[in-house]
Design a binder for this molecule. Structure first.
Ligand SMILES: Cc1ncc(COP(=O)(O)O)c(C=O)c1O
Length: 358
């Protein structure tokens, strides 16, 4: 637990950090086309379903993560003691918040809100670094205070879809600083070009979080992992409950680390890039819609005056998109849209056209 005092309660105008895209497709959103959650459609693939189903025969035994840990370590060219398997990246945020004792926490926003929520829950005083749409939500020189000894950043970033160059992210590493990079969406980038998952020689402590949720359609299984220096990995492991990752989840981690699985993910990332271009071209036809920066992940962030009302009307047309106002640094004029195949995107664009013409 952090030695810093708990922060004061958030003022009422604060965004709801605990809102996530799945809320937009639950209950009254159940029949809508889901453009709010960025899990790849048509997943998990049949071979993975079959593989997971086969593990049911082993459920009488307690899980043994040895093989999965070794497979993930080999995938990222690291020793096994630099890998911690977790119940999704979400568990890793909580472990880090509970184990680390930073004096100055800088969370780079807009980004996924759970890291900040977990840090606050653990009593840390969080300072936000707000990147600007005017800069295409890119990191600018000096944006992260020199005094920050814990820095949390997403790459590529949810919800902006910005992919920061690996060199720019690596330049944030310092002796005495823990740099946490949430790479939950890195496998949506062909070649994972800007990943620091295998970087072991940067100054300070560099921690990379990965998730199998998005590309493999395993949100309900809960499997992700942490890559980082062995002593920190050991400290995080000591904070986990016993047997935190189930046998099917361990089987998924192992199966999704094979060369064949990586080739499949790469192919999906390439196809996604074509679909994203199609969406961006369609959005460019609407003069009021602005896309800042250069989207690189499985979603696109748009700025549109009155976006909150547009979102409500899109639901009447059968589409759920993600509200933007719960992300620090954004507001009611922002929406996040998942990249889907071209026919689905065409239907969305037609609905958007109808809504904006009203
Ligand atoms: C950027 C980002 N990181 C991490 C997560 C959590 O992923 P997991 O399902 O592995 O807990 C999400 C989930 O939406 C996310 O958007």
């Amino acid at each position: 637990m952090s030695p810093t005092p708990p922060t004061s309660p958030e003022p009422e105008s604060e965004p709801d950090l605990r809102h996530h895209g799945d809320a937009e497709v639950r209950a009254d959103g159940a029949g809508l086309v889901d453009l709010a959650v960025n899990v790849r459609t048509g997943t998990p693939p049949q071979w993975l379903r079959d593989h997971l189903a086969a593990t049911l025969a082993d459920l009488a035994a307690y899980p043994d993560g040895t093989a999965a840990r070794a497979a993930v370590a080999a995938r990222h060219a690291r020793p096994a003691d630099e890998v911690l398997l977790t119940a999704g990246a979400a568990e890793a945020f909580v472990l880090l918040a509970r184990v680390l004792a930073p004096r100055h926490v800088a969370v780079v926003h807009p980004q996924f809100t759970e890291p900040e929520a977990a840090l606050r829950d653990a009593g840390h005083d969080v300072r936000r670094v707000l990147l600007s749409p005017a800069d295409g939500f890119r990191l600018t020189d000096g944006a992260v205070p020199e005094s920050a000894d814990l820095v949390v950043l997403g790459n590529p970033t949810n919800p902006t879809s910005v992919l920061h160059p690996a060199a720019v992210v690596a330049a944030l590493a310092r002796p005495g600083r823990t740099l946490v990079i949430d790479e939950a969406f890195m496998d949506t980038v062909p070649g994972e070009t800007e990943s620091l998952a295998s970087a072991r020689d940067l100054p300070g402590r560099v921690v990379v979080l990965r998730s199998l949720t998005k590309t493999w359609g395993l949100a309900g299984l809960r499997i992700g992992y942490v890559l980082g220096p062995a002593p920190l990995i050991a400290a995080l492991a000591a904070a986990q409950p016993l047997w935190p990752v189930s046998t099917p989840a361990l089987a998924a981690a192992e199966a999704c680390s094979t060369p064949a699985a990586l080739a499949e993910a790469e192919q999906a990332a390439r196809e996604l890039a074509l679909w994203r271009d199609h969406l961006l071209k369609g959005l460019a036809a609407f003069p009021d819609v602005r896309v800042h920066g250069d989207p690189a992940a499985s979603f696109v962030l748009i700025e549109l005056p009155g976006a909150d009302a547009v979102r409500a009307r899109l639901r009447e047309h059968g589409f759920a998109v993600r509200r933007g106002d719960t992300f620090p640094g954004l507001g009611p004029d922002w929406l996040r849209i998942a990249v889907r195949d071209e026919p689905t995107t065409d239907r969305l664009l037609a609905a958007l056209g109808a809504v904006l013409a009203r």
